[in-house]
Design a protein around this ligand. Structure first.
Ligand code: SF4
Length: 422
């Protein structure tokens, strides 16, 4: 069974540097396939797809809403070639009905333990239009190490710097934040993987730099402590979403190699300021993720928020405009109030306003988003701030003897020739 596995591109935010991380959904999907499946993987962010008419199945993996229109275009091309197309991933779960117009089949839910049935149906020419396992979660013990061997690793180096590999220790989330679709997808249920399996997978990753892509590690104190204790001997350096703001847990995270965290910053309170100081006091960097356009945001608030972040000496900040994705509490609220402007999903990038803000105009919110990026990075560019974080991790690696130089034959990047030193 020859499978073309496709990860369609999406429009990058205009203020972000042009680097790409290896995707995680496709490599987890590939790990769940029967062992006789031959997978060719195409990540359209870093390579052009070579459309292969000889494949038995095309599987399209989607994470984001703004990825869907391009995914549908690719599916149409393959279906015109006569190949069966299967869709999966979070983006598919948020847009199943529209996707059915471009697919032979949509798979909703998590792949572990289900792919034997799907592939058998493909072989027998009787794929079902929908495989719906969305509320029927597999045992997390069934999650196998992701198939990172299908990635073209050399395409994920950025200017000669080894970017992170992605891995997850849990699924789901017990919280219910207003802009987030995770509770809709995961049923507000935190589902940790067995820690020994996580350690086994992480220990087998060649790259020393990782991104634990779990929604939030701050779900269960005892689990979090056990996880960090188990990671200490591996000496990896990792990024994650928030960690519980607790002295013992933060100390363990530091010892376990926490390099920096993504921390949502929702106001200018002392609680948030103190939380950031406590990360930084332990040498953990902080990238703030800041949503603009909440109902309480007027022009003054947004400007004060940027000043607050600068005063805190945050390492990096990513400003996005609140976007009402399907399945989120905020979409239900804005829909009820008639404030959604359109459903052009290719524009649901978080880089432009797609709803009517409460206190300012649509155009002004777009301008203030750009103001926030410009003001935060006025004295030091995003590239330089990122470089500082990388210098930080290199120093940590040199201190504990884990630093590895990027191999010269892995320097080639998307869109560039071979490294000049070759
Ligand atoms: S934003 Fe994070 S913590 Fe909140 S519901 Fe979503 S995944 Fe959970």
């Amino acid at each position: 069974m020859k499978i073309e596995l496709i990860y369609p591109r999406w429009p990058k935010l205009k203020n972000q540097p042009e680097f790409h991380l290896p995707p995680h959904g496709p490599v987890c999907f590939a790990a769940a396939l029967p062992s006789d499946a031959e997978v060719s993987f195409w990540d359209e962010h870093v390579q052009e797809i070579e459309y292969n008419a000889e494949a038995d199945l095309v599987a399209i993996s989607c994470m984001l809403t703004c990825q869907m229109p391009r995914a549908w275009e690719i599916a149409d091309i393959y279906r015109d070639m006569g190949l069966p197309v299967l869709f999966g991933g979070i983006g598919t779960m948020l847009h199943p009905q529209e996707t059915l117009n471009h697919a032979d089949s949509v798979f909703l839910g998590e792949a572990e333990g289900r792919m034997e049935e799907v592939i058998s149906d493909v072989k027998n020419g009787r794929m079902k239009p929908i495989y719906d396992f969305q509320r029927n979660f597999p045992d997390t013990a069934a999650i196998k190490p992701a198939r990172r061997d299908i990635l073209h690793h050399e395409l994920y180096n950025f200017r000669g710097v080894q970017m992170v590999d992605l891995v997850h220790a849990s699924r789901g989330c017990r919280f219910n934040c207003f802009p987030c679709c995770t509770p809709y997808l995961g049923g507000r249920c935190f589902r940790p993987r067995p820690i020994d399996k996580v350690v086994e997978e992480i220990g087998g990753i060649e790259n020393n730099r990782l991104f634990l892509v779990d929604n939030s590690l701050a779900q269960d104190d005892e689990w979090e402590k056990e996880l960090f204790k188990a990671l200490i001997p591996l000496k990896k350096k990792w990024i994650s979403h928030p960690i519980k703001d607790d002295d013992e847990i933060l100390d363990l995270a530091t010892e376990a190699g926490c390099w920096y965290v993504y921390q949502a910053i929702i106001d200018t309170s002392e609680v948030i300021a103190e939380r950031i100081r406590r990360y930084k006091a332990r040498g953990i960097g902080v990238e703030g993720t800041i949503l603009l356009g909440l109902d309480k945001h007027d022009e003054d608030y947004i400007k004060r928020l940027v000043d607050f972040l600068l005063d805190l000496e945050l390492d990096l900040a990513e400003f996005t405009i609140m976007t009402p994705f399907p399945g989120t509490p905020v979409r239900a609220e804005l829909e009820a109030q008639g404030r959604i402007l359109h459903n052009d999903w290719s524009r649901y990038t978080c880089g432009e306003t797609v709803f009517q803000p409460a206190q300012i105009s649509v155009d002004r919110l777009n301008e203030l988003n750009q103001y926030a990026w410009d003001a935060f990075y006025a004295d030091c560019s995003i590239e330089l701030k990122m470089a500082k974080l990388y210098v930080d991790v290199i120093q940590k690696e040199k201190k504990d003897g884990t630093f590895k130089r990027v191999k010269l034959d892995r320097h080639r990047q998307w869109g560039q020739g071979k490294d000049s030193r070759e």
